[in-house]
Design a protein around this ligand. Structure first.
Ligand SMILES: *Cc1c(COP(=O)(O)O)cnc(C)c1O
Length: 452
């Protein structure tokens, strides 16, 4: 018998197609215990069905309220090419934060016309790369425009506008007011004129004032700011933006008391604010990472040891090197004893990783069923900023990623081997041609798109 997972009322239900069968967590009928045995732990397991349904729900909500609408996936949430490819087939473009992400999107079949490069303090060769690749470019500072134009004319251009202090997400995810992101509109007006004179026809306005926001009102205020900015631009330059990009930031619930975002309310509120400020042909763009990815994935990790104490420590084989968010922001992730669903929780424990840092704590004072060495823990909402923030810190190979597609488990990123950790280190005495090859393949210095 499959049933929804709400094991002891404390943690959130995992979304379908995650389900409980007896005491075991399953995904499309596959037991996660068997996946852990087959592929090892720590292991990221993603539901492609959930990913696609997230994209469809989002598109439907917005397209009902505003067309033309464009959905871009923020690749930095998870850069696996199979994820980008699945989202492309759902009509998503890509929001990329580096040349390497542009390259991943291109190789996943996303056309350059549906790629936005959002640069933050870019290097010269990174700007050149985006212009050559033919992507739209989102600039963080109008003073970057002459540098960008020195490499050619981008297909489309926007400036990232900073609306000043607004409600920010939890966990210090704050991008407006006093932050390194964006520019005041008044500073960008002259640059919009220059851009138009340089023959860029598609001009847009972008903002991204927060992340993981669960209040629809936030997005209405974002749209009001964009609408007001569009009116100022028209008055100052006579030009209307051809797109308004409301950034990402659509939240997902992590804690049991949080409610899912009402997407219809978000889309309606946004459309209402845009009416009257821009004409109906203006495209609305949004570029979520978390909303599309977070709840598609669990991180499976095995208990290594339990150390008794006032609050016992349950050690697991994932840590801050696998899932950084708890250590980085104090983020909360729901946890499930993957083969003891329905068991009553025992006394609270700290769940900790194997890294030599005090911050390597995945959960503090969490009520879970009694866990012993060898037991399997599933950490929920691990799809966004999970693998993509992982590292090799303490010299630990990064984990594998499995995608469950049509009831089959597909290994879409193999686990790193020890050899992967050191194969490129040592005392190198490269020849000049090896050096230039290495420079050309550095993430910030891709030689440039070949073909298209
Ligand atoms: C990170 C980022 C996003 C995605 O943010 P979410 O909160 O995951 O939706 C979108 N746009 C830009 C420019 C970003 O930097």
């Amino acid at each position: 018998m499959r049933r929804a997972i709400s094991p002891w009322g404390d943690e959130r239900e995992l979304p379908a197609p995650f389900a409980a069968e007896g005491a075991e967590l399953t995904l499309e009928g596959l037991s996660v215990r068997e996946l852990a045995e087959r592929f090892g732990t720590p292991l990221y397991v993603t539901s492609e069905a959930r990913l696609r349904s997230n994209a469809r729900r989002l598109r439907h909500a917005f397209e009902t309220s505003w067309e033309p609408f464009r959905l871009l996936y923020a690749v930095k949430a998870n850069n696996n090419p199979e994820i980008v490819r699945a989202l492309r087939s759902e009509g998503c473009g890509a929001d990329c934060s580096s040349p390497a992400e542009i390259e991943i999107a291109r190789r996943a079949g996303v056309p350059a016309s549906k790629i936005l490069y959002t640069s933050v303090f870019p290097r010269e060769d990174e700007l050149a790369f985006a212009v050559r690749a033919g992507t739209a470019v989102n600039l963080d500072d109008p003073a970057l425009l002459p540098r960008l134009l020195s490499h050619g004319t981008p297909r489309a251009l926007s400036f990232r506008l900073n609306p000043g202090p607004t409600e920010s997400g939890p966990e210090g995810l704050r991008f407006s007011g006093e932050s390194k992101f964006g520019t005041k509109l008044s500073r960008a007006l002259a640059a919009y004129r220059t851009a138009r004179r340089s023959g860029i026809h598609e001009l847009g306005m972008h903002t991204m004032p927060g992340s993981n926001i669960l209040n629809p009102e936030h997005f209405r205020l974002v749209a009001r700011f964009l609408g007001r900015s569009a009116r100022v631009l028209r008055r100052a330059t006579g030009a209307s933006p051809s797109f308004l990009d409301m950034g990402g930031g659509l939240g997902v619930p992590y804690r049991s008391h949080e409610l899912p975002l009402d997407l219809e309310a978000v889309a309606r509120g946004v459309a209402r604010e845009l009416e009257g400020s821009v004409d109906r042909s203006c495209e609305l763009w949004t570029e979520p990472g978390r909303y599309l990815m977070a709840d598609t994935t669990v991180l499976l990790t095995r208990v290594t040891h339990r150390k008794e104490g006032r609050v016992p420590f349950v050690g697991v084989d994932a840590g801050m090197q696998t899932l950084l968010r708890p250590a980085l922001y104090g983020a909360y992730h729901p946890m499930y004893a993957a083969t003891q669903l329905g068991e009553r929780p025992a006394r609270p424990v700290h769940v900790v990783g194997p890294v030599c840092e005090n911050t390597d704590v995945l959960a503090r004072s969490r009520r879970l069923p009694a866990l012993a060495a060898g037991d399997l823990l599933a950490i929920g909402n691990a799809g966004a900023y999970g693998f993509s923030m992982s590292s090799q810190y303490n010299t630990r190979p990064r984990p594998a990623e499995v995608l469950v597609r049509d009831g089959h488990a597909v290994l879409v990123r193999r686990r790193e081997t020890l050899e992967d950790l050191w194969s490129h280190t040592g005392v190198w005495e490269p020849s000049p041609s090896e050096l230039s090859r290495a420079a050309a393949s550095a993430p910030g210095a891709l030689a440039g798109p070949t073909g298209s």
